[in-house]
Design a protein around this ligand. Structure first.
Ligand SMILES: *Cc1c(COP(=O)(O)O)cnc(C)c1O
Length: 367
């Protein structure tokens, strides 16, 4: 078999090793040390936010934001059904109930019209997700939130650097939450960050993530907090990754363009639409396999695998998963989820890799 093309692998070709060695050489391997604060400041600056609070992963970034906003048992939080399960899980972790909204065809992100239908007197927050790097319609969402007094927490775990009407995502809600998992736009292995412009909220998140340790009275804990701290080693990798983020985003945009060019004439293959408000980043190169393609989505994935090309199905809509099962039909989310494939999406893909993937898909089409 030819070289295997994975769905995603990180690229650690910058100063990662140098900064990690600095941690090891100086014994600063835990969550104290200069890289944590540096990464927080640099990443908040990248997003155009005032404050960054580093945490151990993207899931707890969402949990921390909700906890700091006082979301609790009895509350409802509206989330898209079409997302990674972490979004809904974070709502459950603070004792609240996720309420699932459908997606828009125009962007695959949460549909503001369905959010509106799902607001009740218990609704306290909305978590839009910038799915696969495409920004959700933040003006519409913030408009609804303003009318109903709801908090907005952005799940930007897949969208570092994406622009909504010219501004980076993460700074449109009360808190923007990011993941630095191994396959994300930049990685620290495992890691996450909350960004906010609200000084008090940033302070509240710092307090909660560090076991509510009192600054003036060591080992005095006035509330039940968490250990969500990021280590200096993770942050060191993050600082180095962030130095390269613009080139990563640019490379990914080039890959998307090539995929679209090479698959442009293929009937039954369609790409994530780009809404007029959006300058997406391409976390995943994603296509829908329509009926006209003449082969099922799952079969396409199987055949690609046999040809040495890895791919992933889209997330299941969360409202069909056992912990969250409801009887409702969310037609757009269900349709997108059943047709979608994430193609190889590493930042270090070569043009030859992409050409090989597209040639293989065309071969399947032509029988
Ligand atoms: C990756 C991801 C997360 C969770 O991040 P982890 O760092 O894996 O905990 C949350 N939401 C979405 C939409 C994601 O893609």
């Amino acid at each position: 078999m030819k070289n295997f093309i994975p769905v995603s692998e990180p690229m650690l070709a910058g100063n990662e090793k140098k900064y990690v060695m600095d941690c090891l050489d100086t014994n600063w391997i835990s969550s104290l040390g200069k890289y944590v604060g540096q990464f927080e400041d640099n990443f908040a600056g990248f997003c155009g936010s005032a404050y960054g609070v580093a945490v151990s992963n993207g899931t707890v970034a969402l949990q921390l934001a909700l906890a700091a906003l006082g979301i609790k048992a009895g509350d409802e939080v509206i989330v898209p059904s079409l997302t990674f399960v972490a979004t809904a899980n974070a709502v459950k972790y603070v004792g609240a109930r996720p309420v699932f909204a459908d997606s828009e065809k125009e962007s695959w992100c949460i549909d503001p019209a369905d959010i509106k239908r799902k607001i009740t007197h218990k609704t306290k927050a909305i978590i839009p997700v910038h799915v696969y790097g495409h920004p959700a319609d933040m003006d519409e969402i913030n408009g609804l939130a303003g009318q109903h007094g709801l908090a907005v927490v952005e799940d930007a775990a897949e969208a570092h650097g994406a622009l909504y009407k010219g501004r980076r995502v993460g700074c449109f809600g009360a808190v923007g939450c990011f993941s630095f998992y191994g396959n994300k736009i930049i990685t620290t292995g495992e890691g996450g960050m909350c960004v906010t412009d609200d000084n008090a909220l940033a302070g509240r998140m710092r307090f909660l993530k560090d076991q509510t340790m009192d600054h003036n009275r060591k080992y005095w804990h006035s509330e039940i907090g968490f250990n969500f701290r990021m280590t200096n080693i993770q942050a060191a990798i993050g600082v180095a990754q962030l130095e390269q983020v613009e080139s990563f985003i640019k490379a990914r945009a080039g890959h998307e363009k090539l995929y679209r060019e090479l698959l442009s004439g293929v009937e039954g293959i369609s790409f994530q639409p780009r809404a007029e408000w959006a300058s997406p980043v391409y976390w995943m190169h994603s296509v829908l396999v329509e009926k006209e393609f003449g082969m099922s989505r799952d079969n396409v994935m199987k055949k690609l695998k046999a040809a040495g090309i890895d791919s992933r199905p889209f997330f299941y809509p969360n409202h069909v998963l056992p912990p969250y099962k409801t009887n409702e039909v969310l037609p757009v989310a269900e349709e997108i989820a059943s047709k979608g494939i994430n193609l190889p999406s590493s930042v270090n893909l070569s043009e030859e890799d992409i050409a090989r993937v597209c040639a293989e898909i065309k071969k399947l089409k032509n029988g």
